[in-house]
Structure formats: C-alpha cells, structure tokens
Design a protein around this ligand. Structure first.
Ligand code: PEP
Ligand code: MN
Length: 355
C-alpha cells in the first residue's frame, strides 16, 4: 500500500523541557482538584494539561467521569493558568460539546481506537474542524487497527495528528499493567517516519515506581514527548490512583530525563534490547510458575490415585519431543536437555510435597 507520511505534530505551546510533556489527572474530580493540580504543574514548567471528563471503564460500577459538569473547570484552567488543555473524546456528542466550549485538542482513548465504528463516528464529527488529535493505540496489540484509525482521521481532513503509545493488553499478568511491545510503535514509525509519538508510561506501568524507566526508554527510542498522569493528592484519586504522581515528583523526574540527542545511539539501542529481554524473562518466569502449579495438581492427582510420581516413559517421550522442537528452533540441544532436567527435578520435588 502506498502511504503518505504525516507531518510532525504542531504542539500548541512550546515545552520548557527538551521533549513535549502533557500532564494532569486521570480524571477531573472537582474544580478544586483540577485547578490545584494545574497550578502545581505549571510551577513545574508544564504547559499542556490533561484531564478526562468521560471515563470508559472496562466494567460497570467504577467512576465513569464527571461528564460535562467539568467543562467550566477546564475552561478555568485555561483562563487562570494559560495552560493548553486536552481531554479524551469518544463520541460525536463529546466533540460537539468540547468544540462549543472553546477546546480543540483531544485524544482518542485505547478502547475507542479498538472500534472502527467509533472511529468513523469521530472522524465524521471532526470533518473540516481545526483540531489537534492524539490517537492512543488500541487495547489489543493490533498495529492495523491503530493505523486504520490514523487513516480514517487523515481521510476526514485532520491535519495535526500524533499518536500515544499506552501499551497493550495481553493475557496473563506481568509487571506492567499494559505491555509496552515497543516493536509496534517502532513499526508505525517505520510506516510514517515523521509521525510524532507520545509515550504514556502511566498507563503502561500502572504503578508509580516503574514510570521513570519506561519514560526514559520512550525518549531513548526518539519519542517526541510524554503524557503522564499527575494528581495533587494521588492516593485519593478516583481513578488510576496507583499510577499518578504528585506534580513535584513529576517535575523531579522530568528534570532527570536527558535529551535523547545527548545520548549515544548505542546506549539507546542497548536500552531497548534490554527492555525487550526483561519482558521475555518476565514471561519465562510466569510460565515456569504456571508449570509448577500444574505439576502440583498432577502430584495431588497421582497421590489420590496411588500412582507413582516418577514415570520414566513419560519423561523420556517428553524429553524426546523437547529436543526435536529445540532443534527446529535452532536451540542448543545439550542446553535444553540440561534446562528441562532441572525443571523436571523441581516438578518431582513439588509432587513429593503433595504426598
Ligand atoms: C486515560 O488516559 O486516562 C485513559 C483512559 O487511557 P487509555 O485510553 O489509554 O486506557
Ligand atoms: Mn488514567
């Protein structure tokens, strides 16, 4: 397919940092919370503010956002701090309300990007409007859905477009709330070399402590900036409490992040591969834990049916199969034999404990 490139995102305000930064609470909760957070972020040199009025929740019962009640609070942030305000839109109604209230910078959430119907509705509502749009990646690791949303908005005539990498939902629990799967934004960048990418370490990590490292990796990969959740009192936040930073903690972190240009490209590549290795190691550990849990169940079964733990035939056929697979995958057979001997010994030990 012939693709056109997309121009760099034209940020409405200059950043005081060597990269772009958008910050603010996950959700607007009250006028006081929104204004206190915005003022404290401004003191940290941040000029783009984020806050959601409508929250798409995975399950019913959670806080679904204050809705249009919060629009005047965001207008106050604009008039009292001079910050540029962006918010999430998911429907034509949200867009109409926000445009009529004097806002023109919106992001499209991960759940919305996952739905071509929703994206078509949004594209239609944006047709011919002067807007700045940031498209989050879809929840599932599907590059074509992300690219499809970009194409739909380009076709609607949106000129100022960027994307946000917020990680992907995968089966099983790792250290991250959403796996970064860095190869997906990298492939998107290969398709559109000038496209601006904003990293969202808050939604990737889900936990405050992990944010700095993921933010650094995003900048090392030459992302244009970061969107980070910040709340005046994170522990009391009505949504995403464990991933929000206070404005001063955020400022401290941002000042410690270097300009990508100051780093050697070898460091950047190494850091990327290391983060890939960390993810694979995490999966190996999870799978080992799963395997041992199954062994424990088999042990309990063997015990209740008075079967012998060590079944030599089963072990021999299992190893034969593994060595064949190892060969196909280009893995050293002696290494795989050693590795699975150890795993098997551990399983036998676990089963003995079930006796
Ligand atoms: C958010 O930015 O608060 C949000 C809901 O994010 P996402 O769409 O990435 O889950
Ligand atoms: Mn959030």
């Amino acid at each position: 397919m012939n693709r056109i490139d997309i121009n760099k995102f034209d940020f409405p305000l200059n950043s005081a940092y060597p990269f772009q930064i958008i910050a603010g609470p996950c959700s607007a909760e009250s006028e006081e919370q929104v204004l206190a957070t915005a003022c404290a972020l401004k003191e940290q040199g941040i000029s783009m503010f984020r806050a959601s009025l409508w929250k798409p929740r995975t399950r019913p019962g959670g806080f679904e956002g204050v809705g249009d009640v919060g629009i005047p609070w965001l207008q106050k942030v604009k008039s009292e701090t001079g910050m540029h305000v962006c918010t999430e839109v998911a429907t034509a109604k949200h867009i109409e309300l926000m445009l009529n209230s004097g806002f023109n910078t919106f992001w499209i959430g991960a759940r919305t990007t996952s739905s071509p119907f929703a994206i078509s509705e949004i594209a239609e509502a944006l047709q011919g409007k002067d807007v700045n749009i940031l498209i989050k990646n879809p929840i599932n690791p599907d590059l074509e859905l992300w690219d499809g949303a970009i194409l739909r908005l380009l076709q609607a005539g949106v000129q100022n477009l960027a994307v946000i990498h917020r990680g992907f939902s995968t089966y099983g629990k790792g250290i991250y709330r959403n796996e970064p799967l860095w190869q997906i934004p990298i492939e998107l960048k290969r398709r559109y070399p000038s496209l601006s990418i904003i990293g969202d370490p808050s939604h990737i990590c889900g936990k405050r402590d992990l944010i700095e490292r993921v933010a650094r990796t995003a900048l090392l990969l030459d992302f244009d900036g970061l969107i980070i959740e910040s709340h005046i009192n994170p522990k009391e936040a009505w949504s995403d409490a464990s991933q929000q930073l206070t404005p001063s903690a955020l400022g401290l972190m941002l000042r410690s992040l270097k300009k990508p240009q100051e780093l050697e490209s070898t460091t950047s590549e190494l850091d990327y591969w290391r983060s890939e290795i960390d993810q694979v190691d995490e999966l190996i550990l999870q799978k080992l834990a799963e395997r041992m849990e199954i062994s424990r169940k088999i042990g309990a079964y063997k015990n209740s049916h008075q079967l012998c733990i060590l079944q030599a035939n089963r072990y021999r056929s299992l190893m034969k199969h593994l060595l064949l697979r190892a060969k196909t995958l280009g893995l050293d057979e002696a290494f795989i034999e050693d590795l699975f001997r150890l795993i098997h010994e551990q399983s036998v030990e676990i089963q003995q404990n079930e006796l």
